[in-house]
Design a protein around this ligand. Structure first.
Ligand SMILES: Cc1cc2nc3c(=O)[nH]c(=O)nc-3n(C[C@H](O)[C@H](O)[C@H](O)COP(=O)(O)OP(=O)(O)OC[C@H]3O[C@@H](n4cnc5c(N)ncnc54)[C@H](O)[C@@H]3O)c2cc1C
Length: 438
């Protein structure tokens, strides 16, 4: 595709910012505007913004392993990883007894990373091997084996979003605007084949030859993604720890247990984060069908809500196993953070199949952050039509699945209960509170 004279990128998370960086560098003649609904970038409610994100090449699919290895090279060896934005502490992928799917993902991932970086990867065939590399974890830890990749690490996600924004400000080639897109604009209301820009909730419009939606978990409100992507809320909690505890835990590898989805990233600034990579909560809302007639029910993000009791209790029981001395400590904060989940966790980086002038860069499915330094280049490759064949195949416009076929992302890495409804689970919190008053 020829890159047009002006382009509008909607969304200031990792997809939008990295696309803005690559597009403005590779196509300096194009006028680029980046529109973000949040008054600030980093957006505290965006999926890209948090204290930490795992940076791993540990994937069952070799295409992601290869891409992640290229991104990790940039985290390690360029400005991207400086000033504490990247820490290479290792990642232990572990599985308990009796969970063949988790073991299968772990061992496929082991084979992939072993080929890539043999000297950094160590098989942990027994529980005592796992406890040897993660000694702070308790003997109660229900684990049968796994492996550790000392070449993986984690990134300070808020700091890196701020860094990308700073680069864009310094380079001065992208105009930033604040505003929320209400809907896409079409050349002809009846025909709706050519997108000409966006209408904002404040009544203004912005026209563009090319609109790139990098709107994460909110995309489903602007384009009909039913059966193709669903927004799921994922649980996060933070615990305050002492200086001594910080010292004890900070050099441990991140431990990711695919059977429960629970992971604990080493703490920074006396804050320990526990998180769950799961099927997540859905939050159904009725909204108009974008570019169509009638209404539809889709899951959309809810900002500023706590993790429901079900999630908090899962964290407590995981802590009782992993790190029993923290199991009863209060959470200083909890957060529901939103994935844009596709059926097989593949991103959606492709022109819209019927709306000319519209391109999607989304579908992060809980694992896009690590690609931040390289993702925009791949998006621009896709815009130009030069994206390598394996990624083009993975990131194409997905076939719509029926409700039965798409109950949750199935890439072998997810766990937990399917079909949890956020508001129903939160209502239990109120009930518990009422119960305790009585
Ligand atoms: C809890 C959690 C843990 C994760 N852990 C990891 C990890 O360990 N490793 C990893 O690699 N990845 C991880 N991820 C995934 C990764 O963070 C996401 O895939 C990635 O950040 C998604 O980026 P995005 O740009 O699509 O979304 P976002 O960062 O949410 O950006 C989208 C932006 O679009 C804006 N927007 C939306 N709608 C509109 C509109 N109508 N008008 C204007 N602006 C709009 C939003 O305000 C938002 O700022 C995790 C995600 C979560 C939620």
């Amino acid at each position: 595709m020829a890159i047009p004279k002006n382009a509008l990128i909607v969304g200031g998370g990792v997809f939008g910012l990295s696309t803005a960086l690559s597009l403005s560098r590779r196509h300096p003649e194009t006028q680029i505007t980046l529109l973000e609904a949040s008054p600030t970038i980093p957006n505290p409610h965006g999926s890209s913004v948090d204290s930490s994100r795992i940076v791993r090449a540990d994937y069952a699919n070799p295409a992601y392993t290869k891409l992640a290895a290229a991104a990790i090279d940039l985290w390690r060896n360029t400005e991207w990883g400086n000033e504490g934005r990247y820490t290479q502490n290792g990642l232990a992928l572990v599985y308990p007894d009796g969970r063949p799917i988790a073991k299968d993902y772990t061992m496929k991932s082991y084979d992939n990373v072993k080929q890539l970086d043999e000297k950094n990867v160590e098989l942990l065939p027994t529980k005592s091997d796992v406890l040897r590399v993660a000694p702070a974890y308790g003997k109660e830890f229900n684990v049968a084996g796994g492996y550790v990749n000392w070449g993986s690490g984690w990134s300070d996600a808020e700091a890196s979003v701020r860094y990308a924004k700073k680069l864009l400000d310094e380079e001065g080639k992208v105009a930033f605007k604040t505003g929320e897109v209400e809907k896409l604009l079409f050349e002809d209301h009846r025909d709706q084949s050519k997108v000409t820009g966006v209408a904002l909730t404040n009544g203004n419009t912005i026209t563009a030859d090319l609109v790139i939606l990098a709107t994460g978990a909110w995309t489903a409100k602007l384009v009909d993604l039913r059966g193709r992507a669903v927004s799921t809320g994922q649980a996060l909690a933070y615990i305050r720890i002492s200086d001594e505890e910080q010292k004890r835990l900070e050099h441990m590898p991140t431990v990711l247990n695919f059977a429960t989805g629970i992971f604990i990233i080493p703490p920074r600034n006396n804050l320990l984060k526990i998180a769950r990579h799961a099927y997540g909560y859905q939050n159904p809302k009725t909204v108009p069908v974008p570019g169509g007639n009638g209404s539809m029910q889709i899951s959309l993000p809810e900002n500023g809500v706590p993790v429901p009791p079900e999630g908090q209790e899962t964290f407590r029981s995981a802590l009782r196993q992993f790190l029993p001395s923290f199991a009863e400590r209060p959470f200083v904060n909890t957060r529901v953070c939103w994935y844009t989940d596709t059926p097989k966790a593949d991103f959606i980086v492709t022109p819209h199949p019927t709306f000319n002038g519209l391109f999607l860069a989304t579908g992060g499915s809980g694992h896009a952050y690590k690609f931040f330094p390289i993702l925009g280049d791949k998006v621009v490759d896709a815009l130009e039509g030069t994206l390598e064949a394996d990624l083009r195949e993975l990131w194409k416009w997905p076939e719509a699945k029926s409700k039965d076929e798409f109950e949750g992302t199935e890439d072998g890495s997810r766990s937990g209960t399917k079909g949890l409804l956020l508001m129903e689970e939160l209502a239990k919190m109120q009930k518990n509170r009422q119960g305790s008053v009585l």
